[in-house]
Write a new protein. Sequence first.
Length: 118
Amino acid sequence: VQLQASGGGLVQAGGSLRLSCAVSGRTQSIGFVSWLRQAPGKEREFAAVISWSAGGTSYGDSVKGRFAISRDNAKNTVYLQMNNLNPEDTAVYYCAARGKYSSGYDFWGQGTVVTVSS
């Protein structure tokens, strides 16, 4: 399984961005796809997760109500719609996939940089 994250960029506070994570390979083995982020000097933080088959979602407390994760199984792509961005959302955003029977992340994308200016 390979993941390719894209869509990062520079945005002003209060603005929006949509990240994309293109998934390829043995997608039938995927259980969940997550977005995580890592700000400069901070630990990696969970943002959102979606079930690859059922579509159920869950969010980290810091993004709940502002971010929305979705997937298009026909395109094998997972999206992260980010609204009402603030400078604390500045980070490298990674998508990661977990196998159906895994407890951790098995596959990682390369990361895409989001910078929110005040």
